[in-house]
Ligand binder design. Structure first.
Ligand code: GAL
Length: 800
């Protein structure tokens, strides 16, 4: 009984009152204006005024707090200005690779963005420390608060926090100014532009756990786990401090499990010390792909018996192991890495994704059996990692550049300190395809420095590097703990023979180019057939790599290039093609046929899928190659109930029939361990109705929640018309807004955004998509979808 009472009291204490810890989201009510990279006047006098000569003033520039910005555009973050701009046809390689958006050195008028935000801070908080946290800005962002220079973040991907305590104005409005300079690129794919992730104002006591200062990880020994809690505390007071630190752990519902003793810390002025404490958990519920169970760990700092800082981390208790011969093990269970590479943009919204979209995308990847995500080739947004932790998706987290200068070591350090508590992360990557250096001594030495940094900050994991090298060892591969292969799957077995103790993984594999719903190569429109038949010279088809990975234990597995199509890198075409074609799904997340190949061999679900569609009126009497993707043992195909023969499904492959086209029904019946599974495609009639569907029709009334509505054009019998391209118009009633539209057509030049309203998008091969952002008013919302001459549809949402 006493035990229960004390636990109860302890929990009450845990909820306790602490004065100086607050996290305020600053995404709302920004002002935005383009600057100019070549005309100083149009850049608000940026390079005409001597802004670094004296502290705290920059008169006659937009940095000056007195500057009047009321005519600037009002917007909320996240914001990507690149996606708002029209496409610009060009032969320039950087423009092609970035998706033909007018951002970069060639476009002085649309490559500098100024953002201003006004906010107030209460006088009562004068004793606190303040930090501004930017989760991601593309790129080279310089920041001022009330005219004081705060710092610059070169990286377009990894965020940065700045201590701004000394610049906060408690009497007047504070003015935060950000100048974003996107004239340089960091990648060779669409990168967006602007403040495209969240911004926070963090408030602390002078004695606090700094950014990244709570590190939790667990060792599992039989039926017990030891949770290691490493807590750093720093003293920014002007006097030494005696404080205490303890940590405790709860289950995901907040039920207390165990705690450490309270440890004393004596901190000198400006000193930072780290405590290492342990909590044991018996019979832990392990974090796995099927049951991504998350505990909560809290570290609490007290001074004079009063709580002054509490930091929380989610903890997944799990073990990971790479075995060079047997493969990868999660909690002692062999798991083949069935991964996808992905960039961060989505249809309609570019790189400015509401948090819900991260969950949507990870869920879509899991649906075809993918269990791992490579954040290629840069630090992902924090919410993506939260989604992976919560949904059970492993992550290969990648540093942008193979460079060990202080700038890039700092970027790696920020990445690891930010992310090392995520159970989903199973491996770090120190870089990708560094052609100048990967085979020489520079590459080797840089890799060593980065690996040393990784080991120092996170000894619980190891690193890989994505090498476009065959059976070659000199350079980075000599020192990298896990050898990464980008393509060159044919060389993996030989490499393994030569280096049997170095685990190896396919960091980029496959790379079939396909256009959803297209069955003929079309060089004019820039389309490639939607079958596993076309791969660039450096890459391979899905079947070529997966068979090898599936059948050989020394393959830890691999990551397909890519899960979703993304803007930029049109391959094998250029204009009018503005998107990549590599995705297993298109930019909206609509499956292509190869999705069913992977789903057949990556899941235990019953899969049977026929392609192409059966609307070929112009081809009556002509042969059509029909593919069936399935994991059945045998498959029999029927055209209008007439058998076209039964075939045995080769493992990790597909089946094909030559069929003379006649309209009607094509049916595939699969036999899987005696069980029948079937599917069919039918010749449809003409478009009759536009249908709208959503996976989520309850929205939080916070102005940040989002939902995806998928639109299908169907015939009178409700069958999707696979070639329909009708224009669809969207009308939203209620306090919410549409923030983007897309259709997965890699050559579409239609706008993704209609900032003045009038949202519309044509369907591409039967489908399109609209993304809705919630408002703050509780109540009902309705999205009406209309298309000329077709019956319309409506979806209702409850905002609460
Ligand atoms: C790789 C590269 C990727 C992407 C891909 C296209 O070489 O790492 O970023 O460009 O090729 O196939």
């Amino acid at each position: 009984m006493i035990k229960y009472i004390s636990i109860f009291l302890f929990c009450l204490g845990a909820v306790g009152i602490f004065s100086a810890q607050k996290r305020t989201n600053l995404d709302e009510d920004w002002r935005f204006h383009f600057g100019h990279s070549e005309d100083a006047k149009a850049d608000f006098n940026y390079s005409l005024v001597n802004i670094f000569s004296k502290s705290g003033g920059a008169e006659n520039t937009a940095i000056d707090p007195k500057f009047v910005d009321k005519d600037w555009r009002k917007l909320n973050l996240p914001h990507d200005w690149a996606v708002e701009l029209p496409f610009v046809k060009s032969e320039h390689p950087d423009l092609i690779s970035h998706g033909f958006k007018p951002v970069g050195g060639m476009f002085p008028e649309t490559s500098i963005g100024w953002y201003r935000k006004h906010f107030t801070v209460s006088k009562d908080d004068k004793k606190d420390r303040f930090e501004i946290q930017f989760d991601g800005i593309f790129r080279n962002a310089s920041i001022w608060l009330n005219g004081f220079y705060v710092g610059t973040n070169q990286s377009g991907y990894i965020g940065k926090s700045y201590d701004v305590t000394d610049y906060i104005d408690f009497e007047k409005e504070n003015v935060l100014v950000v100048r974003v300079d996107a004239t340089q690129y960091e990648g060779w794919f669409y990168e967006g532009a602007g403040i495209y992730r969240h911004v926070w104002l963090n408030q602390y006591n002078n004695i606090r756990i700094p950014f990244g200062g709570l590190f939790v990880h667990a060792d599992v020994n039989g039926k017990n786990a030891n949770v290691n809690v490493e807590t750093s505390v720093e003293n920014k007071n002007l006097n030494p401090s005696n404080c205490t630190v303890y940590a405790y752990i709860t289950d995901r519902n907040g039920k207390f499990i165990g705690k450490t003793a309270e440890q004393k810390l004596t901190l000198k002025v400006n000193e930072k010390l780290t405590t290492k404490q342990k909590i044991s958990v018996s019979n832990p519920r392990l974090w796995s792909l099927e049951d991504p169970y998350l505990y909560k760990v809290y570290a609490v700092v007290k001074e004079n018996g009063k709580e002054i800082h509490r930091e929380q981390a989610r903890l997944g208790i799990r073990t990971i192991k790479f075995d060079a011969k047997k493969g990868f093990f999660l909690n002692g269970k062999h798991i083949k890495i069935k991964g996808t590479n992905n960039h961060q943009d989505h249809a309609g919204i570019g790189s400015a994704l509401p948090d819900y979209l991260q969950y949507y995308r990870i869920k879509k990847l899991k649906e075809f059996g993918s269990n791992a995500y490579r954040a290629s080739h840069n630090a992902p947004t924090p919410e993506l990692l939260k989604a992976c932790d919560s949904l059970g998706m492993l992550v290969l987290n990648e540093h942008r550049l193979l460079n060990s200068s202080p700038e890039y070591v700092d970027q790696l350090e920020r990445l690891i300190l930010r992310d090392r508590n995520h159970p989903s992360i199973f491996l770090w990557s120190i870089g990708n395809e560094e052609g100048w250096i990967q085979k020489n001594d520079f590459g080797k030495r840089i890799a060593q420095s980065l690996i040393a940094k990784q080991k120092e900050l996170d000894p619980t994991r190891t690193s890989t590097y994505a090498a476009d090298m065959a059976n070659e060892f000199n350079g980075v591969n000599e020192v990298i703990p896990v050898r990464g292969f980008n393509y060159r799957q044919f060389a993996v077995a030989d490499y393994h023979k030569d280096h049997p103790n170095q685990p190896l993984i396919g960091t980029e594999m496959g790379s079939t180019v396909t256009t959803r719903g297209i069955y003929e190569k079309d060089e004019v429109r820039g389309y490639v057939p939607d079958q596993d038949i076309t791969a660039p010279w450096w890459a391979s088809k899905a079947e070529d790599w997966w068979k090898l990975a599936a059948e050989n234990d020394f393959w830890q597995g691999g990551f397909v290039w890519t899960g979703f199509d993304y803007r930029g890198e049109p391959t094998p075409y250029k204009w009018p093609n503005v998107n990549s074609h590599f995705g297993i799904m298109d930019v909206c997340g609509f499956p292509k046929n190869i999705y069913y190949y992977y789903k057949s061999w990556w899941t235990d679900e019953d899969v049977i899928h026929i392609s192409p569609h059966w609307n070929w009126n112009e081809k009556i009497g002509q042969p059509i190659e029909v593919w069936v993707n399935s994991n059945a043992d045998d498959v029999e195909l029927f055209l209008n109930e007439k058998s076209l023969g039964k075939k045995t499904m080769p493992r990790n492959s597909h089946l094909k029939w030559q069929v003379t086209y006649e309209p009607g029904t094509l049916e595939a019946i699969g036999y899987k361990k005696g069980k029948k599974i079937s599917t069919k495609v039918e010749t449809t009639s003409t478009p009759y109705k536009v249908v709208a569907t959503t996976e989520k029709n309850i929205l939080t009334a916070d102005g940040k929640d989002a939902t995806v509505v998928n639109i299908f054009i169907v015939d009178e019998k409700g069958r999707e018309v696979p070639v329909a391209d009708n224009m669809v118009k969207f009308f939203l009633k209620g306090d919410a807004k549409i923030i983007g539209v897309g259709n997965g057509d890699p050559s579409s030049h239609e706008p993704d955004q209609f900032l003045d309203g009038g949202w519309q998008r044509s369907a591409f091969n039967g489908k399109c998509q609209v993304i809705i952002l919630s408002g703050k008013t509780k109540g009902e919302l309705q999205l009406e979808v209309k298309s000329n001459g077709l019956a319309s549809d409506m979806v209702s949402f409850t905002q609460k």
